[in-house]
Design a protein around this ligand. Structure first.
Ligand code: ARG
Ligand code: ZN
Length: 878
């Protein structure tokens, strides 16, 4: 018999549901250990489904207390119930009403899926398959119903009761100490968008008038006493609503929009209709407790969840294979929002850095999968960088190919056509094909073919004919399940620059007026005419496609691009490529000449002298060299993390020494403003100043230690304080340890701030770190039950500390494996996320590789693994 763990869900097996649910009436009586749920489902056979089949509802750890069909209690034999499913073998052939009573224990729910408690408050998380942990249901995204929810609770325990949609009624139940609230959501939705909240919460709110004059109340609920940290989130929400009206013509559709922050949450946040539930890390911010990065993340995630109201909720997904339909599109939308609210090029560079460090890594690992996977064992394992980030890049490429105006027309058509339905990637592409008349079937391969394409570009100049030819070659490496690959449609945005940095006006009919050349064959060449001198090509401007590029530019030509390219992304890329060449060589024992080192530092110095203060945020990005993990990925095989770490440290020292005066200059001239403002320009100045501090400390640890300690003590905001502490982390000694102690003392009662403290210590690249992390697990603020704590301490160790996680003696791997097994008993989703830290194991040199394999096998051998961990560990070992 097939066990549950082996069960594979396949896209090709998709069938419409045999039954539909038009209306759901839920009555939820909240109780810490015995919450009673009565669900009344108005159902009917689906005309598009099979007839004469049993009705099988999904369940997960629910206890059935009663069942009635059209108000008649069913007898034993008429149904079959287990915690996993409820079957009615002979359901009616006409519309009927099914009433199901279940009992659940929210306090015992450590998986944080379904109804659970966080700091005593009740909340839910239903995506992807959590609703079935509340009641038996057709828990699939293509079953859309109108929900009315009555929530009842103890008045003391849960004075605030929130549901989806609009509030319709509330009241006190005399003599019981209990009260209730009724919420009605008029928009049909799948069960994964259901939510309710009950608890003691503080609120901030304001009115919002939509573009067509609808009055809405927008509100953020937080732990009482933290209201003053919710203002930025509310402001970001308001800006998101205005932006979606202006840029996509999308208006909000209910009378209220509520956001609730909770401390125990598996992911970032969730777009439940009218009731977004957030990890409090992405809501709460004050200058004293949050960094510039936190503010930027809050803005992006608030926007992301709000934007889902159209891309995800009004138009939802037919099945979980279509996850990128809502996630890739919504990430694209939130990226555009952040770009408009902040600096577009700076934001683009940040996006690409994440894409490369997470998605390219995933795509080069045993966990590589298409943006639209075609099979899964556990859907929660597919909320990945590939589905989200690469999914967003596909939407961006589409826009690059068809242009802004047609993109907007296509989006409008998509929303018009698919509003109120559960759609597919095909529906999405068809809207754009219909608007433009283009055949997008080849482009659609981006959804199906996994792996990062590599594009090789070679330039040939012919002075006699004054032509310049660019030869392109593309190839995508094999990935699990896909040994051979087809060529992709790759938009290459490009331009030519003269050797002295001027923009070159050359002609090429294959490049359209927006500077786009479409590479859709394995090999292709394009020729520019009227080229009077050898140009420097600037290709993949603004990172126009998620590919790895190999270019035969000399260091001198890269420096021309760094100094002069019209495209900011490629200016940054040129600096990265220059640094990466040196870093990869030094990490693999390839000698780098004194000359090459000198020219590298003079390029950085030149950049700092002429450009840095014009855009400090951009300059900070140029100064942040590729990370240890980036370098490992570039090398790709037989990686020695110690050599990489050493090479990077050395180069930072070298650049710091050679640019010392300029950096010291910046450090002093960019002194912090009197009052903190989280805006992008102020954040940019802080980031350049802190990048300068970091390089100064790399050049001269003693001087750096002094500067950093002083900054640590006098900082007036968390960004500067944390940046100083992070520099101190690189300098072992008593100053570091006393800063660690004073930070702990100061933020003793601030869990989200202590998370930063856990994270920095877990990332210390020293041999004692495993023991330090083990010790910190005993800290009163640490808890294996809270995902933020576990990710900050254990996740940072595994993902950010390349040298210690990949210790040559295998102690880092063994440690992570033991934690994964412990976490799996409490929270499988959390455990399987941690486990993905092993995704680079096959890249390591053989000693480490062997240790990693042993650690993975020790997990795989454990009986009764969750489906989440079982799936990841098996795929990792394949
Ligand atoms: N839809 C959420 C988002 O906006 C993610 C929720 C995923 N949750 C899960 N348990 N898999 O990104
Ligand atoms: Zn999302």
């Amino acid at each position: 018999m097939r066990t549950d763990v082996d069960h594979i869900v396949r896209l090709e097996d998709y069938l419409p549901s045999d039954f539909l649910i038009d209306r759901v009436e839920l009555d939820v009586r909240l109780h810490p250990t015995a919450t009673k749920v009565t669900a009344t489902l108005s159902m009917r056979p689906n005309p598009a489904g099979r007839s004469d089949v049993p009705l099988i509802l999904d369940g997960d750890e629910v206890n059935l207390k009663g069942i009635a069909l059209d108000e008649r209690a069913l007898e034993a034999g008429e149904f079959e119930a287990s915690p996993q499913s409820l079957t009615i073998s002979q359901p009616p052939q006409h519309p009927f009403k099914l009433t199901i009573e279940t009992e659940i224990n929210p306090t015992a729910n450590t998986k944080l899926m379904g109804l659970y408690r966080s700091s005593g408050n009740y909340c839910t998380q239903c995506e992807a398959e959590g609703f079935r942990r509340i009641t038996y249901f057709l828990d699939r995204p293509d079953v859309l119903a109108v929900y009315t929810t009555r929530i009842e609770a103890d008045r003391e325990e849960a004075p605030v009761l929130l549901g989806n949609g609009n509030p319709v009624e509330s009241g006190i139940i005399e003599g019981t100490g209990r009260h209730y609230a009724v919420w009605h959501d008029p928009f049909p939705k799948p069960s994964y968008l259901f939510a309710l909240v009950g608890g003691r919460l503080g609120k901030i709110a304001k009115p919002f008038t939509t573009m067509n004059g609808r009055e809405v109340e927008i509100a953020v609920y937080v732990e009482p006493g933290k209201e003053d940290r919710a203002g930025y989130a509310l402001d970001a929400l308001e800006r998101s609503m205005i932006w979606d009206e202006r840029v996509f013509g999308r208006e909000y559709d209910l009378d209220v929009f509520n956001i609730v922050a909770v401390s125990d949450f598996n992911m970032g946040a969730m777009e439940n209709k009218g009731l977004n539930i957030f990890n409090d890390k992405y809501v709460l911010a004050s200058p004293e407790t949050a960094t510039d990065t936190d503010y930027a993340n809050i803005e992006a995630i608030i926007a992301h969840e709000y934007f889902h109201n159209w891309s995800g909720n009004r138009v939802t997904c037919r099945d979980w294979f279509q996850l990128c339909l809502k996630e890739g599109l919504t990430v694209f939308r939130d990226q555009e929002f952040s770009s408009d609210e902040r600096s577009r090029p700076v934001h683009r560079i940040a996006e690409v850095k994440t894409l490369r460090s997470r998605q390219f890594l995933e795509d080069a690992s045993p966990l590589s999968h298409p943006v639209r996977p075609n099979q899964y064992r556990e859907i929660n394992n597919f909320y990945t960088a590939t589905v989200y980030e690469k999914g967003a890049e596909i939407v961006r490429m589409l826009k690059t190919i068809i242009g802004d105006a047609d993109f907007r027309r296509g989006m409008d058509l998509y929303y018009d056509r698919c509003d109120g339905t559960a759609a597919t990637v095909e529906d999405f592409l068809k809207a754009f094909a219909d608007v433009t008349g283009l055949d997008l079937s080849h482009f659609a391969r981006w959804y199906a073919q996994s792996g990062t394409p590599r594009v090789e570009v070679r330039g040939h100049y012919d002075g006699t004919t004054q032509t310049y030819r660019l030869d392109f070659k593309q190839q995508t490496p094999p990935t699990p399940g896909q040994p051979t690959k087809e060529p992709m449609v790759i938009p290459v945005v490009l331009g030519l620059v003269t050797q002295d940095g001027q923009r070159m006006e050359a002609k090429c009919e294959r490049v359209n007026s927006r500077g786009v050349f479409l590479l859709d064959k394995t090999e292709d060449s394009i020729t520019f005419t009227g080229v009077s001198s050898r140009p420097v090509p600037s290709v993949f401007r603004d990172f126009s496609a998620p590919v790895k590029v190999s270019l035969d530019l000399t260091n001198e030509e890269l420096i021309v691009l760094l100094r002069h390219d019209a495209d900011a992304f490629n200016r940054w890329q040129a600096a990265q490529t220059l640094a990466m060449r040196t870093l990869a060589a030094r990490s693999t024992g390839v000698p780098v000449s004194e000359d090459a080192m000198a020219s590298l530092s003079s390029a950085f110095k030149g950049f700092l002298e002429e450009a840095a203060l014009r855009d400090p945020a951009f300059a900070a990005l140029v100064l942040s060299l590729p990370s240890d993990a980036d370098i490992a990925q570039e090398i790709g095989q037989d990686v020695d993390p110690d050599a990489i770490h050493h090479a990077r440290k050395e180069l930072r020292g070298h650049l710091g020494k050679n640019c010392f005066e300029k950096l010291a200059d910046f450090y002093h001239s960019l002194a912090p403003a009197k009052t903190y403002s989280p805006d992008a320009a102020s954040a940019g100045r802080r980031s350049l100043r802190n990048a300068a501090l970091d390089l100064l400390a790399a050049a001269d640890p003693q001087a750096g230690e002094k500067l950093a300690s002083k900054q640590f003590e006098t900082a007036t905001n968390m960004t500067d304080r944390l940046a100083a502490l992070s520099v101190l982390m690189t300098i072992p000694g008593s100053l570091r340890e006393s800063a660690i102690a004073s930070f702990e003392e100061r933020y003793r009662d601030e869990p989200l701030v202590l998370d930063k403290w856990f994270s920095l210590q877990a990332a210390i690249p020293e041999d004692t770190t495993v023991e330090r992390v083990q010790r910190l697990m005993e800290h009163p603020a640490f808890s294996m039950n809270n995902p933020n704590r576990v990710r900050s301490l254990i996740g940072s160790f595994a993902m950010l500390n390349q040298v210690q996680f990949n210790r040559k003696d295998g102690a880092g791997y063994a440690f992570l494996a033991s934690i994964v097994l412990r976490a799996d008993e409490l929270n499988p989703q959390l455990a399987s996320r941690l486990l993905t830290a092993f995704s680079s194991w096959k890249m390591m040199e053989s000693t480490r590789r062997n240790h990693a394999r042993i650690a993975l096998q020790s997990i795989a051998q454990k009986p009764s693994l969750s489906r989440d961990v079982g799936d990841i560990v098996n795929r990792s070992l394949e």
